[in-house]
Ligand binder design. Structure first.
Ligand code: HEM
Length: 575
């Protein structure tokens, strides 16, 4: 009776019942999503139609067209959920097949990410003009990087990356001599600086290899990549940051890999509730790094000294020059710690997995036998009388250069991101002010471009991809094959490009090839099998089948060299 009365009341007042609400709300949401998908799909095909017309009629080729927007279901959110997934490369594979299914040569596509339009560029011409363009800025990216991924205050972020138009930004541009760019050139990029840093790194790495106990002639079986990871990481820290930081924080390596895994979730603003570890590990690491900075600076009387090349408290010239710069722009201690960790992230977060991928491929039975044999010859060419590494000779070895470049092509996934300061026409595409432009290295570096000359698939690691043959006459004259990557300009950019191109790129290559060479010079190595973790987390042998080769770790990607999941079990003997 009471229910009837309520029903009548609801009928009279026109208020929907609970049942109606329970069915109605999902129905409205579903209809909205479906309509959004239909409308965005129609718009996508209409724009593709315009491109088709332009392709068929070359007289229209000067007409700039806005790129097609990838269809999506959820209004405002757009493609954000598929974009933010933990399967590296999957979004780009989906985008590539979606565009190639249109039968047109569309090389720029727009995606909607949480209300923001991002233009994804793939053509070499568009990527190169992005790197050259003065109409783009990195302000938004820098601010997000500093405050979210590195954990600085807003004040420290503004001091380090003054937004375009800000008074200090203009001063920095006028006085480039005193800015971060000049500092990087002098202490990180110049050949002299790179050689000093590499020598210190190789010295530390060889020390750690010498510290391992081996009976004469004894073979040991090790899971190589995990065995070496800590050693490479700590040698890099010693070379750049000194030894005091490791004494004060002996578990820096473990904390760093947690911090590194949480970097992109923080950058993308994934809530603490979803990824609590990503935030808690950053706070702990910042505390410890700040304590080291305060101690080291106090020992130095408050200012990081200019000389010598290296000292135990604050390490290399580049780290100390950065600290003098931090003081000049008035960073807090916390801010200094945050930007030092950012620098360590660039240094170790990339070069440690890069070295692992190189070793895994070179030692894998999947790689043709002669490749390792020829690499070993090149390694021997760089051997010095005292068993050290002659870096100048090493850097001129063609196959090692090609193998390194191929490793970077295959495994570096960086999302070069800029924001448009004005409307811009790029390679025939009309892009609007304030929109984002993204050049994903993984998309370009796995394009069909790489298979043009019947070369192995872009998804295959092929050591000789960057080897080139001289013309017939020079071949006859006995000149051997050589290394070249210039033919891939705009398609290969693991270090980004333009004014923000990675200042550590020369050191990175010397460090990775130096580590591989130093290891091969000290040890004989034999592949045993692949290894990895079982479902209980125990390390187990996985046999020799190609399917057991280490995989790319399932986590957010877009910030550099992909992490490796798996290992190679080898027998090693000191030489
Ligand atoms: C495999 C090794 C490396 C890769 C793949 C890599 C990649 C990158 C990329 C993609 C960028 C952003 C470029 C852009 O936005 O256009 C970058 C910036 C940077 N990298 Fe690297 N990097 C590597 C090694 C290093 C090393 C060894 C160091 C330091 C010793 C370093 C220090 C930096 C710094 C300081 C920046 C910021 C530059 C700026 O904001 O202007 N990187 N890196």
């Amino acid at each position: 009776m009471a229910l009837k009365a309520l029903d009548i009341l609801l009928l009279i007042t026109n208020v929907p019942s609970l049942q109606q609400i329970l069915f109605g709300v999902p129905l409205v949401l579903l209809t909205t999503c479906l309509l959004t998908w239909i409308i965005t799909t129609i718009n996508f095909h209409r724009t593709i139609g315009k491109f088709r017309t332009r392709e068929l009629d070359p007289s229209n080729s000067s007409q700039a067209i806005p790129p097609p927007v990838l269809p999506y279901f959820i209004p405002w959110l757009g493609s954000a959920l598929t974009f933010l997934n933990e399967n590296p490369g999957s979004f780009w594979r989906m985008l590539r097949s979606r565009l190639s299914a249109t039968g047109t040569n569309v090389q720029v596509c727009t995606i909607l990410l949480g209300g923001k339009r991002a233009h994804i560029v793939n053509s070499a011409a568009a990527v190169q003009s992005l790197f050259r363009s003065k109409q783009v800025s990195r302000d938004l990216f820098n601010f997000q990087l500093a405050t979210q991924a590195l954990g600085t205050s807003k004040e420290d972020a503004d001091a380090m990356f003054p937004p375009t138009g800000h008074e200090f930004h203009s001063q920095q541009h006028e006085n480039k001599k005193d800015g971060m760019e000049a500092l990087n050139h002098e202490f990180l990029l110049s050949q002299n600086a790179v050689n000093t840093l590499t020598a210190k790194f190789i010295e530390a790495f060889q020390d750690s290899l010498d510290g391992l106990e081996f009976e004469t002639g004894e073979w040991k079986t090790v899971d190589l990549l995990s065995w070496m990871r800590r050693s490479i990481f700590e040698s890099a820290v010693r070379a750049l940051f000194g030894t005091k930081i490791l004494e004060m924080n002996p578990t820096l390596a473990e904390q760093f890999w947690e911090y590194e895994a949480g970097f992109l979730p923080r950058m993308y603003g994934v809530p603490k509730l979803v990824k609590p570890k990503a935030y808690s590990c950053m706070d702990g690491l910042l505390d410890k790094t700040q304590a080291w900075i305060e101690y080291a600076l106090a020992q130095h009387g408050g200012v990081a000294p200019e000389e010598p090349d290296w000292e135990p408290l604050m390490g290399s010239q580049v780290v100390r020059a950065r600290h003098r710069y931090y003081d000049k722009i008035g960073l807090s201690s916390r801010g200094k710690a945050a930007f030092d960790l950012g620098f360590l992230f660039g240094l170790a977060g990339n070069t440690v997995p890069a070295t692992s991928w190189m070793l895994a491929h070179l030692l894998s039975p999947e790689t043709p036998d002669d490749v390792l044999g020829r690499v070993m010859k090149e390694v021997e060419n760089a051997r010095q009388p005292d068993n050290g590494v002659n870096m100048a000779v090493l850097m001129a070895q063609p196959l090692l250069n090609s193998a390194f470049t191929e490793m970077m092509r295959h495994y570096v996934d960086c999302l070069v991101t800029r924001q448009l300061k004005t409307d811009l026409v790029m390679d025939g595409y009309l892009l609007r002010k304030d929109d984002l432009i993204m050049a994903p290295s993984s998309l370009s570096q796995h394009d069909v471009f790489w298979e043009r000359n019947y070369e192995p698939s872009a998804y295959t690691w092929y050591a000789e991809r960057f080897m080139r043959r001289h013309d017939d006459q020079r071949q006859i004259a006995g000149e051997s094959n050589f290394f070249s990557s210039s033919w891939a300009a705009g398609k290969y950019f693991p270090f980004g490009g333009g004014t923000h191109i990675c200042p550590g790129r020369v050191f990175a290559k010397q460090k990775v090839l130096g580590a591989v060479t130093a290891f091969f010079l000290k040890f004989d190595v034999q592949f045993v099998e692949y290894s990895g973790k079982d479902w209980m987390g125990n390390v187990v042998g996985l046999g020799k089948d190609a399917s057991a080769f280490p995989r790319v770790k399932q986590q957010y990607a877009g910030n550099g060299t992909l992490a490796i999941d798996g290992d190679i079990r080898v027998r090693i003997r000191r030489r």
